[in-house]
Ligand binder design. Structure first.
Ligand SMILES: NC(=O)c1ccc[n+]([C@@H]2O[C@H](COP(=O)([O-])OP(=O)(O)OC[C@H]3O[C@@H](n4cnc5c(N)ncnc54)[C@H](O)[C@@H]3O)[C@@H](O)[C@H]2O)c1
Length: 245
């Protein structure tokens, strides 16, 4: 990955941060797009100090202008984009009576609209016959569990977007795929399963009997971003310890 430029949305922490770190270890320059300025700056500084140059650009993925500005900054700084990881997302484990119209719109806006805005801002900047797009979606799109109707709907929407993008970008030599995690140890998980008892119940449902780590997702992202996966295209790959099937 030496010399490649990888843009990761929502990479200030959690899964996105682990992906950026994995790419940085492999030699890529990483671009951290996040609206969490404090954590984003810290992540970029640490990656630059330990591995390879990383920059943080404060970005709200639900604002297309913010993403457009970010893509212009990336081009100005590195003159290229090789990998785009569409990862930023939010989740609330709410039932229908707890989901306000505003909350419905917020989740769809960040998770689904934000995915399209990121794609639109960066898709024309890949080199000819090259490029990797990786969506971080969720098993919730398949099972309808784990985050409320808005979350499952936004994640199912991402799958449709990913598939349509794979048809449109395939002929341009851009690989497009999705990684669908279920339970990964990050802040989102701490919100959804705050106590020991709910964690114990959760573990019983996972055949591998462990909660996934961000690195489990990062390992797969590294594979999908590299040359060995070049014939894998338009796929949704579950990384869930065997929980779904
Ligand atoms: N953790 C899990 O168990 C799990 C399971 C399935 C899918 N996922 C998906 O993985 C992705 C990453 O989740 P995570 O667990 O690392 O969450 P996280 O909360 O640890 O990190 C999400 C990051 O996205 C950023 N973000 C949120 N809204 C943003 C916006 N509008 N603009 C820019 N940045 C924004 C946050 O600031 C944060 O840094 C999400 O799309 C999530 O739906 C997570």
């Amino acid at each position: 990955m030496k010399g490649k430029v990888a843009v990761v949305t929502g990479a200030a922490k959690g899964i996105g941060k682990a992906i950026a770190k994995k790419f940085a270890i492999a030699g890529a320059h990483t671009v951290i797009l996040d609206f969490d300025e404090k954590s984003g700056k810290q992540t970029a500084a640490k990656l630059s100090a330990d591995f390879s140059e990383s920059v943080f650009i404060k970005t709200d993925v639900s604002d297309p202008e913010s993403l457009k500005r970010a893509s212009e900054q990336v081009l100005e700084k590195f003159q290229r984009v090789d990998i785009l990881v569409i990862n930023a997302g939010i989740s609330y484990l709410h039932s229908i009576d707890e989901i306000s119209i505003e909350e419905w719109q917020r989740v769809l806006h960040i998770n689904l609209d934000g995915s399209f805005y990121a794609l639109k801002a960066f898709c024309d900047h890949f080199a000819d016959n090259a490029g990797k797009v990786i969506f971080i979606t969720s098993g919730s799109a398949i099972t309808g569990t784990g985050g409320g109707m808005h979350y499952a709907s936004s994640k199912a929407g991402q799958h449709g977007l990913m598939r349509a993008a794979s048809k449109e970008f395939g002929p341009r030599g851009i690989n497009v795929n999705a990684i669908a995690p279920r339970v990964i140890q990050t802040d989102i998980l701490d919100t959804l399963y705050p106590d020991e008892a709910s964690r114990e119940e959760l573990l019983k449902k996972i055949p591998l009997r462990r909660i996934g780590q961000p690195e489990d997702i990062a390992n797969l992202a590294l594979f999908l971003a590299g040359p060995e996966s070049s014939y894998i295209h338009g796929q949704i790959i579950l990384a869930d310890g065997g929980r779904t099937y």
